[in-house]
Design a protein around this ligand. Sequence first.
Ligand code: G1P
Length: 295
Amino acid sequence: MNRRISKAIFPVAGLGTRFLPATKSVPKEIMTLVDRPLIQYAIDEARAAGIEDFIFVTSRGKSALEDYFDLAPDLESALEKKGKTELLEILRSTNMDSGTIAYLRQHKALGLGHAVSCARKLIGDEPFAVILPDDVIAAEKPCLQQMVEAYQDTGGAMVAAMEVAPERTSSYGVLDIAEQDGAVTKVRGMVEKPAPGTAPSNLAVIGRYILTPQVLKNMDSIGRGAGGEIQLTDAIAQEITAGRDVFGYSFKGERYDCGSKAGFLQATVAFALARDDLRDDLAGFLAGLHNGSQG
Ligand code: G1P
């Protein structure tokens, strides 16, 4: 199979209940880290990795996402008239070409594996990427790009991997390690959300994947897994059972769990501190808080 990755699936059907009441009317993926919606970080990372076709698996109440990716001609001409060229540039950098985005609906919340498999017909016969926008990764070389490069040598299926504290493994897909060679780990098993104390390692799956169409086919036979849902982890683990290669890739970068409030706040602070226009003000404010709490 060729190893060019040009399509990415973005599962965005989740209800975002952890951010209620905000997510009553705003999709979680539109919530902003500093001044960009969460989904923009995922799109930028995909583009950097050479992705040309963007497939969103959505659900009811996500129309603000489609609007976000539409052109904003009135806004553009207003900015143009006012000579706000810098803002205009920022706005235009978010424009997507016609025909590059597809929206599919997952009609029932049957799990991440099921959501990804909804895109089966659009994927065809090529390997593809999956990006979970909740996992925001700050890195010099974007995470998916690191993986696409490594995948040129490995083939198979690949998941982003990161060491987590032993008491956190039950929140993740966890890898059973066969052998490690630098950043690449050959995997001999995968468990979704193992019960505390039963995880095969501390190496957790983070939301970046390079998969083959066979993984989508596996979804037909795996049945329901952890939490009664059809799990992507189980469909990937099926590859190992069938004798095909699965790898974990330990990316370089800082990952923020923006599916949790604490992670979202940490990302907000870290991203703001990385910005020239915000750093000094925010750093001063944080130092003041810190001193205050000590006094
Ligand atoms: C999903 C995956 C899990 C993975 C995690 C990474 O879980 O099912 O394997 O470790 O994303 O963020 P979720 O966070 O949707 O429960």
